[in-house]
Design a protein around this ligand. Structure first.
Ligand SMILES: [Zn+2]
Length: 339
């Protein structure tokens, strides 16, 4: 991969789809495992990097994330990793970071759900302040576990406004959004914005259900969206944010090769697509690398990249005053006219 040009380094960026566990630094993973006496598999780096996985599937990708999640044994680990993610993001000039995680994945007898959420919020708050970036936490329900999702929804509501959104994550195929309509009703009634992983490992019907039954304002991945022109038109008209994670889509087998990624077609259809990392440690990527991939493999030019970065600001769960502030800052730094 070529080096990032200066304008790309300087460009204010957003990451709206990044998971806490899959963002842990390798060094921190090793240190926490040592500190808490967690046994990691041999050749752990080899195992967690998706590029080494023999089969590209969501299952093997999620298994790698589980290894990372295994070292979050005490609240301090959440605080530390959330803080370090902010530090790493700031180095890339990320201005808005929306970090997400499924807190129920980490629960055990000696660590309560509220301790997990509070420690993560604390790390994000400190990191946001120290590195001058806007941060927010998205809580994920777990598709394969209704009870865990109900608990996650309850805690998400209780920790507003630090918690800025709700998501459904985990194995997608066979676990359709419609089944969660009742469980997520309190989330909607509390005006917590919703983004749903959909169309990553399932057909366009999964995306449709997320929009219709869960009132999703954003869709995570959405790569199968092209299967329905009607839905594509709706996503355009309603300015639904589409959180694309290019390398992750290759790593999970959602898309066979970068050259066939629908990002270009989505862009030509003027969808509000945004560029994100998903799990930078698993995918061995950064937000800058994701933009470079678009330029190298899908013909995106500087002006297109600017437009995508502004989409990130527009799709972020911000109020209108904050959106304007970040768009103005973007224009001042890039000299780019409002689009
Ligand atoms: Zn994700």
């Amino acid at each position: 991969m070529t080096e990032a040009p200066q304008w790309l380094i300087d460009m204010p960026k957003t990451d709206l789809h990044r998971h806490l566990g899959g963002s842990i630094r390798l060094q921190t993973l090793l240190e926490l495992a040592d500190m808490y006496g967690v046994a990691l598999p041999e050749n752990v780096e080899q195992k967690i990097r998706a590029k080494n996985h023999q089969s590209k599937s969501l299952t093997s990708y999620l298994d790698a994330i589980k290894i990372c999640e295994s070292v979050f044994v005490k609240p301090d680990a959440f605080q530390r990793v959330a803080y370090e993610v902010c530090e790493d993001a700031a180095k890339e000039n990320i201005r808005i970071l929306e970090l997400r995680f499924g807190p129920t994945n980490y629960m055990h007898d000696h660590m309560k759900l509220y301790e997990i959420v509070e420690a993560t919020l604390d790390g994000l708050k400190k990191g946001g302040k120290d590195f001058n970036i806007h941060t927010g936490l998205i809580i994920c329900g777990i598709r394969t576990d209704f009870e865990a999702t109900r608990k996650a929804a309850e805690i998400a509501i209780n920790y507003q406004p630090g918690v800025i959104g709700f998501d459904l994550a985990g194995k997608e195929a066979g676990h359709r959004p419609k089944q969660f309509q009742g469980i997520l009703k309190p989330v909607l009634e509390n005006f917590l914005p919703i983004t749903i992983h959909a169309g990553e490992d399932d057909t366009v019907a999964s995306i449709a259900e997320a929009l219709i039954y869960l009132n999703a304002q954003r869709i995570g991945h959405g790569v199968t969206m092209l299967q329905s022109t009607k839905l594509l038109d709706y996503v355009n008209k309603m300015r639904v944010g589409v959180e694309l994670c290019i390398t992750s889509n290759i790593d999970t087998g959602s898309v066979a090769a970068i050259e066939t990624h629908p990002a270009r077609v989505f862009y030509q259809n003027d969808l509000r697509i945004t560029i994100n990392t998903d799990n930078p440690t698993i995918s061995d990527t950064t937000i800058t690398k994701e933009y470079l991939l678009l330029m190298e493999h899908l013909g995106f030019l500087q002006e297109d990249i600017y437009r995508l970065a502004k989409n990130g600001i527009k799709a972020a769960f911000l109020d209108s005053r904050e959106t304007k502030q970040y768009l103005d800052e973007f224009d001042a730094i890039t000299g780019n006219g409002r689009q």
